[in-house]
Each structure stands twice: as C-alpha cells, then as structure tokens.
Design a protein around this ligand. Structure first.
Ligand SMILES: Cc1cc2nc3c(=O)[nH]c(=O)nc-3n(C[C@H](O)[C@H](O)[C@H](O)COP(=O)(O)OP(=O)(O)OC[C@H]3O[C@@H](n4cnc5c(N)ncnc54)[C@H](O)[C@@H]3O)c2cc1C
Ligand code: FES
Length: 409
C-alpha cells in the first residue's frame, strides 16, 4: 500500500465516523414541530401539582378531524416528561411556541382546551384559517396551516400552562348559556363536558352557530350528550343549510343566534352567559344581552383575536376615543424615538407601522408574547388584559401610552 492510499483510507474512515456520529445524534433527537424553548425560559414542572412555568414539551399522541369539511382538527397532547398535568378551569387556553420551517422567530399562538380536565392529557381543536374572503391573494393563516399540514402524531410542541379568565364559574348553580360561533365552540366543549360530568342537574343551554353540516364540529358527540343528559339543551343554528341538511335532525334553528332566538327559547329567570365567536356575533350579541337586562357579572366572553367588544359596563360599543396629544415613545433596543399621534389602535400596531421588529401572538392581551419592559412612563388598557402583567412591563397589543414612554424593545 502506498502512503497516498493509506492517507485516503484514513480520511475515508474518519469521514465515516463523523457521518455515523451525526446520524446517531439526529436519530436520538425527538421529532419536533415546534420551537426549542426560547432562551432564558426553562421548564420547571412541580411533580406534586403538575404546574409548570415557561415552556413544557408535549407530544401529539392523536389527531382527528371534528367536522365533515375537515377544517377543524383536534390534537391530543401528553407531556413528554410523563408527569401529571395541572387541572385547568374549563374554558382556559394553552399558549404554543411554534418554529416554522422558513426559520425566523418563533410564532406564539393560543388555543382553547376543548375537553374537560384530565390529568393525563389535553385536547385542542384548530380551525384552518383561509385568507379573508375579500382578499384571496393574501397568504392563509400561518399557525393554523402549520398545525393542519405539518404537525403529526409523535411531534413535540412547546406549551405554556393553561391560563385565561374566561371559564365556567364552578360554584354557580344558575343555568348556564353557552353561545358559540364557529370555532368558538372549543371552550364551550370544555365547559359543557365539565358541567355534565360534575353538575349533571344544572340546566345548560348550548347555542352553536355554523354555516351548515359541513362545518358542524363535534356533531355526533353533542347529539349523544343531549340524548344522555336531559338537563343539556342543544340548539344548533345553521346560517346557510345545504340541500341535504334536515331541520330537527341536523340542526334546530335556521338563521343566526340573536336576541330574538334567545328570548323565544330560553326559560324566564337568571342565566349565566358565556359567549365566544367571530367579531360580528360578539359585537352584536354582547351589547344586546346587556340591553335585555342581563347583569354584566352574568356575561362572560372571549374573542379569538384582536379585542372586538368594549368592556362591559361602558355605555356603548363605539371605538375608544383616540388620544390626540403627540407623545414620544422611545424603543431602547432599536434606538428609535417615534411620535405617538393617536392614529394606531395600540402600541403593537404603532411599532409595526414603523417597521420595528416586536414579538406578538394573540394580539388580544392573552398570550404575553408582546410583553415588553416599561422603563418609564404609563401605559393604559381599555380593559384589564387576560395575561397577568409583571411589574415594570406592559403589553403592546392592547396598550396605549398615557404619557411619554421608554420601552425596552
Ligand atoms: C384566547 C384564544 C383562544 C383561541 N382558541 C382557538 C381555538 O380553540 N381554535 C382555533 O382554531 N383558534 C383559536 N384561537 C385563534 C388562534 O390563536 C389563531 O389566531 C388562529 O389560529 C389564526 O392564526 P394563524 O396564525 O393561522 O393566522 P394568521 O397568520 O395570524 O392570519 C390571520 C388572518 O390574517 C390573514 N392575513 C395574512 N396576511 C395578511 C395581511 N398582510 N393583511 C391582512 N390579513 C392578512 C390571513 O389570511 C388570515 O385570514 C384562539 C385565540 C385566542 C386569543
Ligand atoms: S400579542 Fe398576545 S398578549 Fe400581546
């Protein structure tokens, strides 16, 4: 063997070892469809209670469609560490950190828990979001498309503990009225499943509005629950039934959920209302309930996007007044000082309009993704955000400056 041949053999052997080592490392790594926990945020699980702070790894153990059109998909999740889960309040949501294949910053999104508490696993149900009907040229929803197209059984996702203030009052015994539009059914499924299991005597009315049988999610399970529990009154409302849809078999009412329908079908007396649906439904129904005489304390609602309903107790649903006085907002990390002139709905829109890179997720004060250190000044909120804001911080997506600000962003 010549020296050149020996050198070639040694080089090939070393290369083979490197390739084998790399392949082993890849094989050992769990499949992950989400982001690695963001730097500085750790997973600290209390094994006694199942509570955790920061991000925790969950594996997708099952996925299944809930509607005939296959636009609403449930994902069943179990903790990778195998420890028990913190019980949540039915109606709460999980926050996800998603790493998309195109690289870039992790995406934060919230999804409501769609089943009653179970110490071994969680379920969420996600609707694929298309481009707006009047802007078909826009890209479809990023996170919902990612879940539908790329999150499979066995994948691992990074998840924050359940949170949110929209949940069933466990101590109340007055009848509950759940009003859901479209994918707003998810928190209602959780509350409903909890009610029939824990308070089987309590009267529960569900009003669930969809277009037709195509996007009627959880159809079979809702019908089975209604048949098994006399205290559960099912009212499915189709806005645009298909030719083969049959009233009294597939749905109870044609049209939309409005005050007239509630007046006609609800018995007299006090009820607690829980409302979740698209902006037009929320904007009309929530104030209508107040006008009907329902106490503000008996109306609970959640929007799945930028806040669409004025805080209860305010006289009208008019947009909040725009602050006209110009104020300086200094962003220390990017080194820019911009003049707030009141034309933006919130500090997040303001920052984005000026091409500042700031994190965001729900855009409705729920997930905490836009939380920013407030170095000086005062930020005001039209309504108390769902996310608990630590001292010295603010939420950009629902906050407006009350004075000149210095923000660490
Ligand atoms: C507390 C809470 C609970 C929630 N629970 C659920 C749940 O249980 N199930 C569920 O399915 N969802 C739920 N959501 C909504 C969910 O978090 C996401 O908002 C939803 O999945 C859409 O996110 P996306 O990334 O798919 O869409 P995005 O990428 O955020 O897009 C949203 C829309 O904007 C359009 N768009 C894209 N580009 C532009 C542009 N340049 N200009 C204007 N429009 C544009 C898209 O086409 C799409 O229609 C919840 C939200 C909150 C806050
Ligand atoms: S983006 Fe979710 S709290 Fe602001």
């Amino acid at each position: 063997m010549t020296a050149a041949q020996l050198l070639a053999y040694i080089t090939v052997a070393v290369l083979l070892q490197v390739v084998a080592g790399a392949a082993f490392a890849v094989w050992r790594r769990p499949s992950t469809a989400g982001a690695p926990p963001p730097a500085g945020v750790d997973e600290a699980v209390d094994s006694a209670t199942g509570a955790w702070s920061g991000w925790r790894d969950f594996r997708v153990v099952r996925r299944e469609f809930e509607d005939a059109a296959k636009t609403q998909c449930s994902f069943h999740l179990q903790p990778v560490d195998g420890a028990r889960l913190v019980p949540f309040q039915p109606g709460q949501y999980l926050t996800f950190s998603l790493k998309l294949p195109n690289g870039g910053r992790a995406l934060t999104r919230c999804y409501s828990l769609s089943d009653r508490p179970d110490p071994t696993g969680y379920r969420i149900t996600i609707k694929r979001v298309p481009p707006p009907a009047d802007r078909p040229e826009l890209p479809p929803g990023v996170s919902s498309g990612h879940f539908h197209d790329r999150v499979h059984e066995g994948d691992v996702l990074q998840v924050k503990a359940p949170s949110g203030h929209f949940f069933i009052d466990p101590n109340a015994s007055v009848p509950a009225v759940f009003i859901a539009g479209g994918i707003g059914i998810t928190p209602m499924m959780s509350m409903l499943r909890w009610c029939v299991a824990e308070q089987p005597e309590r009267l529960v009315h569900l009003y669930y509005g969809v277009r037709s049988s195509g996007d009627h999610a959880f159809k079979q399970v809702l019908e089975e629950l209604a048949a098994a529990h006399p205290a559960f009154k099912l009212n499915v409302v189709y806005g645009n039934p298909e030719a083969e849809d049959v009233q009294a078999r597939d749905y109870q009412h044609a049209g939309y959920i409005d005050l007239e329908l509630l007046r006609r079908t609800l018995p007299h007396g006090r009820h607690q209302f829980y409302v979740c649906g698209p902006p037009p439904m929320m904007q009309s129904l929530v104030p209508a309930l107040r006008e009907w005489g329902v106490q503000a304390d008996d109306i609970h609602f959640e929007a799945f996007g930028p806040a669409s309903v004025r805080p209860l107790g305010s006289a009208t649903n008019e947009p909040l007044a725009i602050t006209s006085a110009a104020m300086d907002v200094r962003f220390t990390r990017s080194g820019r000082t911009l003049a707030w002139d009141g034309q933006d709905a919130n500090l997040l829109d303001f920052a984005e309009r000026h091409d500042l890179a700031v994190d965001s997720g729900c855009r409705s004060g729920s997930c905490g993704a836009c939380q920013t250190r407030l170095l000086s000044g005062t930020v005001s909120y039209a309504d108390k955000p769902d996310h608990d804001i630590p001292k010295g911080h603010c939420l950009l997506c629902v906050g407006k400056p009350q004075s000149a600000l210095v923000l660490e962003a």
